[in-house]
Design a protein around this ligand. Structure first.
Ligand code: HPA
Length: 273
């Protein structure tokens, strides 16, 4: 399966049978531990990933694996609870496929979120970060292959994260009194966390946060001309910046502390789209 436009249309047809012809104002990819946003949605349909053609049914712990459609902040949205990570053995084109499906359903805005390690030394677990830019250290690109109908062959990546969407997130954060960091997200393959030497390298590269997702979806979204807003929840200090080893439990614990602010921020953004 090539996880291209044809497959995305087939998946969108199945989803449309459940949601009708409503067009989402945005699609929201929920990162590890940030699935609580789904509880804020007045649900029209909850479609298990196993029912969506092309979507594998199972995802890692902390992910429910469902496409949720409904209203958030008074607007119709799609939420993707659960990702397909490359560290699970998935192809980069599958990692990015949900963005294609949401585009096929009419979403012109993609909000991506993730749990990330803090590389910036002045940050703390549970901080929220507006992603200003990313560094693709996955050494994979979901656009490799035949040009898909609707894709730009060589997408410009000078501002993959839409400046107007970033301004909107800043404005909502200010109104809601949510402290919002800003920085550069480095995407690595994982699943091993980084070594201390790798984190020092990332710091030299100009990264503020490090994680194992997001980059593939954003690249596909840009090739399709979608506007992207990216948010990271800093869950831990990256390796070498703290004396304790990193655990997945710690990551989920930090997201649970940040979840309420994250949810308010996203709901506020969606309400003003
Ligand atoms: N490194 C990579 N990915 C992560 C981390 C980290 O420290 N924390 C949460 N996701």
């Amino acid at each position: 399966m090539s996880f291209g436009e044809r497959e995305a249309n087939a998946a969108a047809d199945v989803v449309r049978r459940r949601i009708g012809n409503s067009v989402p104002v945005a699609a929201i990819v929920l990162g590890s531990g940030l699935g609580g946003l789904a509880d804020d949605i007045d649900i029209v349909a909850r479609i298990a990933y196993g029912e969506v053609p092309g979507f594998p049914a199972a995802t890692v712990a902390g992910h429910a694996g469902a496409l949720i459609a409904g209203t958030l902040g008074g607007r119709f949205v799609l939420a993707l609870a659960g990702r397909f990570h490359m560290y699970e053995g998935h192809d980069v084109r599958l990692a990015a496929f949900p963005a294609r499906v949401c585009h096929a359903l009419g979403a012109k805005t993609l909000i991506v979120s993730n749990a990330a390690g803090g590389v910036n030394r002045s940050w703390q677990p549970s901080d929220l970060m507006l992603i200003r830019d990313h560094i693709n250290l996955m050494f994979r690109n979901p656009l490799i292959g035949a040009l898909e109908p609707g894709d730009v062959r060589f997408p410009d990546m000078s501002s993959p994260y839409d400046p107007a969407m970033a301004d909107l997130a800043r404005a909502v954060a200010k109104d809601e009194r949510i402290p919002l960091r800003e920085g550069v997200y480095a995407g690595l393959l994982g699943p091993a966390y980084e070594t201390a030497a790798e984190v020092r390298m990332l710091e030299l590269f100009g990264a503020d946060a490090v994680g194992m997702s997001t980059v593939p979806e954003v690249i596909v979204a840009r090739a399709l001309g979608m506007r992207v807003l990216g948010l990271s929840c800093i869950t831990n200090l990256a390796c070498g910046l703290s004396s304790t080893p990193i655990t997945h439990a710690e990551v989920l614990d930090a997201t649970s502390h940040a979840a309420a602010a994250f949810q308010r921020l996203v709901r506020g953004v969606v309400a003003r789209l």
